[in-house]
Design a protein. Sequence first.
Length: 131
Amino acid sequence: ISIICGSMGCDDFSDFFFVTVENKSNKDIYFLVNWRYPDTIISPFKHIMQHIPTNKKVEIYQHDPIESIFKNAHGGPIVQFIIYDYDFLYDYELNYYGTENYTCDLYKYKLDHFEYTYDELASKNWTITYP
């Protein structure tokens, strides 16, 4: 791959640090990033989704620099962070993925929801803690 990229001039495939998520709850969670503010319709193909185990801290990486994520967020420079129960979301995926209600209904089952601008998240040292 490096030989092909070297000869073709491919972009660097390295990821950029985005945010650290700390799960202080007694259950596994799914952490979802939605940059289509204020839209709460969830599509797993257009968002970052990450499993965060109980009492763990996980660094999330993204293909674009964090500045560009906030700059290009739909609806303004606000990004939403949505927390789901991991087991619930797993079961929901099995039962509803591909159905009409999949993206429309999912938001109402959230455990928590955060909205931050770039400066607000920077002031939190790029860390989101649940709960």
